[in-house]
Design a binder for this molecule. Structure first.
Ligand SMILES: C[S@@+](CC[C@H](N)C(=O)[O-])C[C@H]1O[C@@H](n2cnc3c(N)ncnc32)[C@H](O)[C@@H]1O
Length: 267
């Protein structure tokens, strides 16, 4: 198991879909326009949120390959596929159990028109981004990476421990998630820099979660998850973390920053 539960991924899915930048998504759709058949690879697909978020906007017949190293999450995709296919009849979906840390190139084999990923690149290391971009550029493949955590957070109301809690959370973000020290909030800029160095045209957009009255469950889960991470660092005393967690659980609203990125080689 990867540590990303199907319950957590399901809870965040509608906020993720709302947050995606529509202008960048339209640019991706325009890039694929005119093809009868589009072949898409989704890196670290989890339970298939990216498939559900993007496929309805693409008119062509689609073949998706969903890659993850968590067999339980791929099984969730399998379970929900029949229901999904009733609505989206023209979509083929293949599942691939693969450790992307060991083999980024294996994800890019075969005929591919678009590589995509959602909420993934902040987990990987700077070195892995460099390896991945080298492989991507060798094949001149376009990349659409959405919802990479950018580090900005605005919570209402503010709490006196926010600065210490935020610093500890970012220290935890930088821990190894299986790919070497994680790039965390630096990931989108690293990705952009690498891709530009290979000659890609890169567009980015800010795609924050803007959570409020209707997102109480997600806000509470975020507070609990962040508090657990902060506690693990040992940088903030346990009773302070607990006070912060309770305040966060009852936040009126919050904004959590992400970056969407679309990169393609010039024609
Ligand atoms: C934050 S979740 C995002 C899932 C999905 N893309 C979404 O938007 O809901 C990160 C995903 O990365 C996957 N993952 C983590 N390490 C991986 C690895 N080494 N190889 C393949 N997938 C990995 C996890 O299993 C999880 O599904």
């Amino acid at each position: 198991m990867s540590g990303f539960s199907k319950e957590w991924l399901s809870l965040r899915e509608s906020a993720d879909h709302r947050a995606r930048d529509p202008v960048l998504r339209d640019a991706v759709v325009a890039h694929l326009a005119g093809r009868e058949h589009v072949r898409i690879v989704d890196l670290a697909s989890g339970s298939g949120s990216n498939l559900r978020g993007l496929s309805p906007f693409i008119a062509a017949r689609q073949s998706w390959r969903l890659i993850d190293n968590d067999p339980f999450l791929l099984a969730v995709v399998q379970e929900t596929l029949a229901q999904f296919r009733q609505r989206e009849a023209e979509i083929d979906v293949a599942l691939q159990l693969l450790d992307l840390a060991a083999a980024p190139h294996a994800a890019l084999e075969g005929e591919i028109d678009l590589v995509t990923a959602s909420a993934f690149f902040d987990l990987v290391s700077e070195d892995w981004i460099a390896r991945f971009c080298t492989e991507l550029a060798r094949r001149r493949l376009p990349l659409y990476a959405v919802l990479t955590y950018s580090g900005e957070e605005i919570w209402k109301r503010a709490h006196p421990t926010d600065a210490a809690a935020h610093a500890a959370f970012h220290a935890h973000q930088a821990r190894d998630k299986g790919f070497g020290p994680a790039a965390g909030p630096r990931a989108a800029a690293l990705l952009e820099g690498q891709l530009k160095s290979f000659g890609y045209r890169v567009s980015t957009a800010y795609s924050p979660w803007r959570l409020g009255d209707n997102d109480a469950d997600l806000i509470a889960a975020l507070a609990d998850g962040a508090a657990r991470a902060i506690e693990e660092t040992g940088c903030v005393a346990a009773e302070i973390v607990e006070d912060w967690r309770c305040a966060r659980r009852h936040a009126i609203s919050c904004e959590i920053g992400h970056i969407d990125l679309f990169a393609r080689m010039p024609a």
